[in-house]
Design a protein around this ligand. Structure first.
Ligand code: ATP
Ligand code: MG
Length: 219
């Protein structure tokens, strides 16, 4: 039986923005995943805690952003896990929840370049597929240099609209997917809010309203 394909888009989502939605939209269109889980981290292991909205607020904004998108699902798996979030543990939990599914970690190339700082990253790379997408400020090809090229044989550039074929999944791969990424970051959004500038159309309207109502990121 051909397994269900599930994408995992993890992040701080502090806050979720239109750049994240663009990633998920293009990955879904180009790779034949059946759904993408958006997984806000509980305590981001590699970030300063200053300026990070509570897990509840970040999760609420993800839910608002995904309302009405049947294939995009807000997942509380890391929020509920309390403590620090580690992808290797998330992977085990997702596998238990979706037995038989093919799992794909979706990451921007900026995040992938830091994979050596992730816990058990070697095990993760050899136990799951990855889809690495473009992000302004980086070239997608930079992903090949990661781990001094040790995972080069696993790297598989995808072109145009070619969907991922089932026989490509016989080993764990790192797919490189060029997308039309948007030049939006959560860091920029937080700075805009702090300095009183508009974030309209950088985040979904419901997220903008939530940030205003809860007075997030205003120092
Ligand atoms: P921050 O500025 O706080 O780091 P961010 O905008 O990078 O926030 P994250 O929550 O850190 O957002 O990102 C989660 C995932 O989404 C990462 O894999 C990241 O590379 C990817 N990502 C975020 N924004 C974009 C974007 N505009 N284009 C492509 N990928 C993105
Ligand atoms: Mg980031």
């Amino acid at each position: 039986m051909v397994g269900d394909r599930i994408g995992l888009l993890g992040g701080t989502f502090n806050p979720i923005h239109c750049g994240h939605l663009r990633v998920a939209t293009e990955v879904l269109e180009k790779t034949r995943l059946s759904r993408i889980l958006f997984i806000p981290s509980h305590i981001p292991p590699h970030k300063k805690l200053k300026d990070v909205a509570s897990p509840e607020d970040r999760f609420a904004m993800v839910r608002l952003a995904l309302a009405g998108c049947r294939r995009f699902i807000a997942s509380a798996v890391e929020i509920e896990g309390k403590g620090k979030s580690y992808s290797i543990i998330t992977l085990e939990k997702i596998r238990a929840a979706y037995p038989g599914a093919e799992v794909f970690f979706i990451v921007g190339v900026d995040a992938f370049l830091e994979i050596e700082t992730w816990r058990s990253y070697r095990r993760l790379l050899s136990h799951s597929h990855f889809i690495v997408v473009s992000r302004p400020g980086h070239r997608l090809e930079e992903a090949k240099s990661v781990l001094a090229g040790r995972f080069l044989p696993a790297i598989y550039p995808l072109r145009g609209r070619t969907p991922i074929k089932d026989d490509w999944l016989e080993r764990y791969r790192i797919f490189l997917l060029p997308i039309h990424a948007l030049k939006i970051s959560s860091t920029d959004i937080r700075q805009r809010v702090k300095s009183g500038r508009s974030i309209r159309r950088l985040v979904p309207q419901a997220v903008e309203a939530y940030i205003n109502k809860q007075k997030l990121y205003q120092e």
